[in-house]
Design a protein around this ligand. Sequence first.
Ligand code: UD1
Length: 433
Amino acid sequence: MDRLVIQGGQALRGRIRVSGAKNAALPCLAAALLTPDAVVLSNLPAVADIRTMVKVLQALGTDATLEPQGEGFELTAKLACTGSDDPKAPYDLVKTMRASILVLGPLLARFGKATVSLPGGCAIGARPVNLHLEALERMGAVIEISHGYIHASVQGRLKAIDHAFTKVSVGATENILMAAALAEGTTVLRNAAQEPEIGDLAQLLVKMGAQIEGIGTGTLTITGVERLHGCEHAVIPDRIEAGTYLCAVAAACGDVVLDRCEPEHLRALLDLLERSGCVITEREGQDGRQLRIQRECGQKLRSKDITTLPYPGFPTDLQAQVMAVMTQACGISVINEGIFENRFQHAMELERLGANLRTDGHTAIVAGPAKLTGCTVMATDLRASAALVIAGLVAAGETVVDRIYHLDRGYAGLEKKLQGVGARIERVGGGRV
Ligand code: UD1
């Protein structure tokens, strides 16, 4: 099993190119199930979750190829889904990636039936799929759960609904948006999630011939069509990847330019880092927009409070990384996790590195600045792993981050990109440490 070995204490200087958004790429891949035509998706990050989703699509009767793009941190997928007599997303794949549930809506809408394994437990808390299933049932699907699988079918086409989600859910919004694109009539989705990744999926669907109004808002109106067609689409830059590198510089000091990012999608974090004392500049680059972050060595950081909320609130996917930053800020920072029940597993590992913090239910209190010292820590989930890497970049001496397969699910070439800005970080095979 690979580990990352980090020698901390090095300021970060240089440029990092941001890859495509994993959380936009996954629903866009699932959307290829909605048409028999070729769908070509580029700027997909070269991460394990993308390969898993492509395997899921192949299991469902899709011809799919994945080719490296540019420096190899991105991939292009060519997909054509002719379908299968018995479309089934098997447990072995779904258990490794919960986003596999996103195939349910498209399969039902196009083929009238689907079998998808229930995703099961998750390290960051209960993650049910009731919101997905309730909306699909209202659209006319008959759903039965047996032997760990969701068996869904519909007579004829799915029917349009006027539906208010009882809770804001990124995945449920995406699943029902895709289903509604091929349903009969005009669907209105209220209390829809507004994350930029949903906007990207909606833009792809429009290119495929879908009729969608209200993109980027909490109310989506979708007039179903009988058939969608193929298209080409490049997914948006990954705001969480960009945010992770911004946090790395905020914590470890330095001066880094992020190429090809979208500052508009990062307002909550940019605002927090500026109020903490970092200098952030935005400009138009040759290859998309750029963000520059500066925190000179010795410059103090001020602690700030955050509460994670649905977009445009502070993203839960950056909570762990910001906690690592706040270990270096002067004063007390109160961090409220407003989305998931159990998303502080990184806190104990940060404490092992010397962080001064306490958690109580949904709240963590961080007192800084703390002197961090390197040790071996264990990654528990994707974003927790990123927080431990950030803390390792700050800590005196050597930090070993174990179980980095979590990190490989969502970050393309993390250690290479950090090496490029001067970090002393190396990937080492399990047997060699
Ligand atoms: C997506 C992101 C994930 C991010 C999360 C919240 C992808 C692939 N993953 O996950 O990185 O952390 O949004 O921004 O895009 N819920 C229910 N019932 C449901 C569905 C969700 O109660 O049927 C609850 C969840 O338990 C959670 C909350 O709603 O407490 C938000 O979850 P949701 O937005 O659905 O997250 P995902 O789409 O799984």
